[in-house]
Write a protein that binds this ligand. Structure first.
Ligand SMILES: Nc1ncnc2c1ncn2[C@@H]1O[C@H](COP(=O)(O)OP(=O)(O)OP(=O)(O)O)[C@@H](O)[C@H]1O
Length: 308
């Protein structure tokens, strides 16, 4: 157990709109210095939860504590511990990056030029900070948005689907940058996403939400069996190939399409399987490790009972 109290403590939180239960009885904690993933398919209730966390909407039931302060009763104290970007960062395109930060800093108290410069360094925008934001790439805007969220020295940074619209290079940069932020500043980060792979690479722990309910909370490394890889098999003829694979105890079938068969299995047993298929005159026209998917994970977690 951690000695310091959690940075974020969510207990039995629900949001009902009319008769709809958008979020239902969710409970989780985010510890100091932790990158916490909030994973779920589109429409699962992630944005609604985040909107409650930052006080944009009121919970129907439950409590939220940030840095030890209850959001409902000590709003100012609680919310001053949070920096967030919900949906897209609000930036002025016809101002420079620095002017944007200075503008937001004026609305707060005690933000020094030194701190603004430190943040610019942290988000690695030194070279372009005096250029107009409209010339920035999406990744740079995202980083400037994070810089803005960091102005008030928050203990907790909340990012809603921060990789949306970024290309793979942008995603890699963001990942490295968030890790650095946590290491250098000791803050905690709460990141929502609908992409399992992203959460796997970025986060220490994760809560998985589906249809407003949490179906898993725990360390990311326990989530996906590391000894197994999702493998795409292209076989000719496919049905006989599928039959051979299904008979092997170490192969866990997950999906079949017109052309491919997807299974989870240890990477180091591919050659052995390949030999078995060839011995039965089945042609292996393609073998490829692919990313584990959120859909597979749901099947694994719920034994196939819960659909996305
Ligand atoms: N004000 C509202 N009134 C009615 N339904 C709502 C309202 N806000 C959200 N919902 C519904 O609640 C569900 C959860 O929405 P939410 O935006 O929280 O999901 P999400 O997990 O963030 O998904 P996405 O990634 O698509 O934004 C959706 O089905 C949405 O249509």
């Amino acid at each position: 157990m951690s000695q310091t109290p959690p940075v974020l403590e969510v207990k039995k939180l629900s949001k009902h709109i009319g008769k709809r239960k958008i979020v239902e009885d969710i409970t989780f904690e985010v510890q100091k210095g932790e990158i916490f993933g909030f994973l779920g398919p589109n429409g699962a209730g992630k944005t609604t939860t985040i909107r409650m966390l930052v006080g944009l909407i009121r919970p129907t039931e439950g409590t939220i504590q940030i840095g030890g302060y209850p959001l409902q009763n000590q709003f100012i104290e609680a919310i001053s511990q949070v920096g967030c970007i919900v949906e897209n960062p609000e930036l002025y395109p016809y101002l420079t990056g620095r002017e944007n930060l200075e503008h937001f800093a004026r609305m707060m108290t005690g933000i020094t030029t030194e701190w603004i410069n430190e943040i610019i360094r942290l988000v690695e925008l030194e070279e372009r900070i005096d250029e107009l934001v409209k010339t920035y790439s999406l990744g740079m805007r995202q980083r400037l948005g994070i810089a803005q969220a960091l102005l008030g020295s928050p203990k907790l940074l909340i990012l809603d689907e921060p990789t949306n619209g970024l290309d793979p290079a942008g995603i890699r940069e963001l990942r490295a940058f968030i890790r650095k932020l946590v290491e250098e500043q000791g803050i905690s980060v709460f990141i929502s996403s609908h992409i399992l792979h992203e959460i796997q690479l970025m986060c220490d722990r994760v809560a998985i939400i589906n249809k407003g309910k949490i179906v898993y909370t725990g360390p990311v490394h326990e989530l996906v069996h590391e000894e197994e890889t999702r493998i795409e098999w292209k076989l000719d003829p496919l049905p006989s190939g599928v039959q051979v694979l299904q008979e092997l105890s170490f192969v866990r079938p997950v999906e079949q399409t017109d052309e491919h068969f997807y299974v989870y299995m240890p990477l180091d047993r591919i050659a052995e399987v390949n030999e078995k298929l060839t011995a039965k005159q089945i042609k292996v026209t393609g073998i490829r490790p692919v990313q584990a998917t959120l859909e597979d994970l749901f099947l694994q977690l719920t034994g196939g009972e819960t659909k996305l």
